[in-house]
Design a protein around this ligand. Sequence first.
Ligand code: NAI
Length: 314
Amino acid sequence: MSEMRFDDKVAIVTGAGGGLGKAYAKLLAARGAKVLVNDLGGNFQGEGKDSGYAESAAREIRDAGGMAEANGDTVATPAGAAAIVGDAVKRWGRVDILVNNAGIVSASGTLATVTDEQWDNDMAVSASGTFYLCRAVWDGMLERNFGRIVNISSGSWFGMGSAVPYPAAKGAVWAMTRGLASATRAQGKDVKINAIMPIAGSRMTQLMGPEIHGLMERDFPARAVAPVVAMLAHDSTPCNGEMFTAGGGGYTRVFAGVTQGYRATDKDWTPETALAQFDQVMDTTGFHIPEGSMDEAALYTSDVPWEAFKAFIK
Ligand code: NAI
């Protein structure tokens, strides 16, 4: 297989001053991309800012022979997102690749102790930031009929205790990935939006205590996630709207599917019937992965007006 290159591609990697984002930026630049290294430069809880963080990462990439420039704007406001995309466009004319990597974990503890401010902060960076950045590059990618967006979600939404703002924000990232991919698929555009749940030791995993953090640093280095991000950012990526876990030198598919379940036609059925069918409903044999929301409804009846529904997707 020939080397997967990114020559002439313009990429933005948000939150790339350190950790995973820097590893993504380094790999894309090492293979020819012009990379805007964005980072606000606060701590992992989102406090503070330091433009030197993005600058030192960009310098490191240039010293290694790559093309990179630094940007210190925030992803968490519409103006910040517009400034980040505007910076890349001013320097290099367009954006081909967007990696929405910036994230913070401001809430920990239990649901009762999570503050309104922590909820707002976690949602602002991962959920709103991803939304603002995607919106800012969207029309350009559709017009040029090329774009690759890699969104960074998190395995935390499988379940990580009751401090839910961060997992909720990362769940929103997954929903945006599915929605945007359904739109470009319906329009037949070569704009592909996928997501990963990384697993890596970073300053963020310090939150899990020294034992877990030590294990993560040893067995899950940030650089071992980067090949999956690069594959999803490449012209040849084979998928749109998919999610993968990635870490430690491998990756797996994550999907939302529906089981064969219990599909009867009696509209006046009872809770007793629902309970009686529970084991069958839980059985994953012969599951189906819906392409979109009406695809799921179509399993109940073949009368779903597909063409009318597809026209609704934009
Ligand atoms: P990190 O804290 O080193 O990286 C996050 C980066 O985002 C930081 O450099 C930070 O300054 C930047 N950032 C935060 N708020 C920003 C804002 N408003 N605008 C621009 N930049 C901002 O931690 P790590 O582990 O490298 O995380 C990278 C991404 O991967 C995050 O989205 C995180 O939630 C996600 N993640 C990481 C996992 C892991 O195992 N390390 C697991 C699951 C998800």
